[in-house]
Design a protein around this ligand. Structure first.
Ligand code: NZQ
Ligand code: ZN
Length: 388
């Protein structure tokens, strides 16, 4: 049965080849000072930076820059960004990049007018926002996280060996996001497939939970089928617009809060992956891929019916004359084959993790209780060991 919920998603999307023109409609709504936030320079190489700056200037904006947002943005960089946004008296923060840049922009936005330490307040104490925020807009260049249409913000603290996400409420969602699939063509294959697996994991971690008849599960099966189909095309031909635009749209729907409404969600693969990243700084989607098969094989007996349904409805496994266990196992084997074919990283050793790190990674793993099995620390260690 669907539980009670409130649903609101305030982010306005501009999608397609002309999506950047949407900035001309959005920019007049905000004051003169724009803090342009971006990463390590990909947008300068592929020309997106020049296009964005030209539109900002044409709209009479004073542009202040905050560059060098790294993948897995850090608490130290966040403090730098807060100082820059204050110095600029930013009226709008415009994030141009992937999930790291969008997440970081949101973390800056909720901290500019707050005198407390942002890491402690939001990522250790998980407090609500109590100050005025600076609005955020996004121009997305990397697909996967869903950050373009949600309130999520993930920050890493290397000194504390923690990578933590805060899911902020709707006033922190980007006010608008520009989604042009062509902006993702220059992504290296490693990043493209990492993003594809991030999308898959977002869907699976909302799917593998609950035993009720829930419409969200049917939506997610459709999203997964479309994702697998388009990913196969994009791996062969990265400039196939149809495939890249489908992947971009699926990513948004996978984590814009809709499919989680009224049902339980798991999120343990993300907790494991984030703990691995806290110790290795590895690419987000790959950390999820590397722990997924050991995790799903471990919890499969506790959610057998759903795993069997997944095998049939997503991986086309034939169920005639087979036990649920056989069908479910075949589904996971099909998924594993597809992951290897796609080129995903299948173990944490390849991401720089070692056996000596395991106890530390266990300590960095937050335990969630919405899935089929609430793990204890011994099980987490067992899963991580099987992921080496
Ligand atoms: O920094 P630049 O030079 O721009 O290079 C980036 C970066 O090295 C590059 N890139 C991005 N767009 C490109 C491009 N290279 C060439 N052409 C382009 N068009 O790609 C690299 C990775 O970028 P990043 O933003 O780090 O990737 P992603 O979008 O996967 O974001 C990862 C971050 O998002 C968090 C992750 O934990 C991680 O910190 N997440 C945020 C979520 C949310 N807000 O809800 C949920 C997710 O589960 C995830 O946890
Ligand atoms: Zn993710």
């Amino acid at each position: 049965m669907l539980g009670n919920f409130t649903y609101c998603n305030p982010t306005k999307l501009y999608f397609g080849k002309d999506a950047l023109d949407g900035l001309n409609q959005e920019l007049p709504k905000y004051g003169k000072n724009v803090l342009l936030v971006y990463g390590g320079g990909s947008i300068k190489k592929n020309g997106i930076y020049d296009k964005v700056v030209a539109i900002l200037k044409a709209n009479g904006k004073s542009v202040f820059e905050d560059a060098g947002v790294m993948p897995n943005p850090t608490a130290d960089k966040l403090n730098e960004g807060i100082a820059r946004a204050r110095a600029a008296k930013a009226d709008l923060i415009l994030a141009v990049g992937g999930g790291s840049v969008c997440d970081y922009a949101k973390a800056v936005s909720v901290s500019v007018n707050c005198n407390e330490d942002a890491w402690d307040k939001y990522f250790i104490r998980f407090e609500d926002v109590t100050c005025d925020i600076v609005p955020v807009g996004c121009v997305l260049t990397m697909v996967g996280t869903g950050s373009e249409m949600n309130g999520g913000s993930v920050i890493t603290n290397h000194a504390q060996k923690l990578k933590i996400g805060h899911v902020f409420g709707e006033k922190v969602f980007p006010k608008f996001s520009v989604l042009n699939p062509e902006f993702t063509y220059t992504l290296p294959k490693y990043q493209m497939i990492s993003g594809i697996y991030d999308i898959m994991s977002h869907i699976l971690e909302q799917y593998f939970s609950g035993t009720d008849d829930n419409t969200s599960d049917y939506i997610m099966e459709g999203l997964l089928r479309s994702l697998i189909h388009s990913a196969d095309i994009a791996v062969q031909n990265p400039t196939d617009y149809e495939a890249r635009s489908n992947i971009m749209w699926i990513a948004t729907w996978a984590l814009n809060t809709l499919v989680a409404k009224g049902k339980a969600t798991d999120w343990m693969v993300h907790m494991l992956g984030q703990a691995v990243a806290a110790h290795t700084d590895a690419t987000h989607g790959m950390t999820l891929a590397a722990v997924s098969m050991p995790y799903y094989r471990h919890i499969m007996p506790y959610g057998l019916k759903k795993f069997a349904r997944y095998a049939v409805n997503v991986w086309n496994v034939k169920s005639d004359g087979k036990s649920d266990e056989q069908v479910a196992s075949e589904g996971l084997s099909e998924m594993e084959k597809w992951m290897k074919k796609t080129g995903l990283v299948m173990n944490i050793t390849d991401l720089g993790a070692t056996e000596q790190m395991l106890d530390g990674i266990v300590e960095s793993t937050l335990i969630m209780d919405g899935g089929y099995k609430v793990l204890d620390k011994a099980e987490i260690k067992q899963i991580l060991k099987a992921s080496l």
